[in-house]
Design a protein around this ligand. Structure first.
Ligand SMILES: [Zn+2]
Ligand SMILES: [Zn+2]
Length: 126
């Protein structure tokens, strides 16, 4: 496995990498994540200081509360980040990692709000 996981939006306007040992995958089923992602949100928690950008020209942030914002590509619309402001981790959408992640779903969050069209994903040991 490579030392870092490379990630990009659909159009390539945003490219970045995170360390391979970043935590997760975490799945959040809250109504907010469902609106943002069109489904539940699956994210990997990367140390904020160790997210390295190769390109970020089209990265846009939407700050929708004092404590949270979401990062997306303003060209292609890829949902890239959930940022809980003030925490050490930047949550990276698992689906934007290029190639194998070597990760498994380790936790479901706020399942009481999940949609009724799917089963809660199975959880595995990391
Ligand atoms: Zn893009
Ligand atoms: Zn959520």
């Amino acid at each position: 496995m490579a030392e870092r996981l490379n990630a990009s939006c659909r159009c390539g306007g945003v490219k970045f990498s995170i360390p391979t040992d970043a935590a997760g995958v975490f799945c959040c089923h809250c109504g907010d994540c469902r609106k943002a992602h069109g489904n539940y949100m699956a994210v990997i928690g990367a140390p904020r200081d160790d997210v390295r950008f190769e390109a970020d020209g089209t990265l846009q942030w939407w700050g929708y509360s004092d404590t949270a914002r979401r990062g997306f590509c303003s060209t292609c619309g890829s949902r890239l980040f959930k940022d809980n402001i003030g925490t050490d981790l930047l949550m990276v959408s698992a689906g934007v990692i290029d190639g194998p992640t070597g990760k498994v779903i380790v936790k479901n969050i706020l399942t009481e709000f999940k949609g009724d069209w799917y089963e809660t994903p199975a959880v595995h040991d990391a």
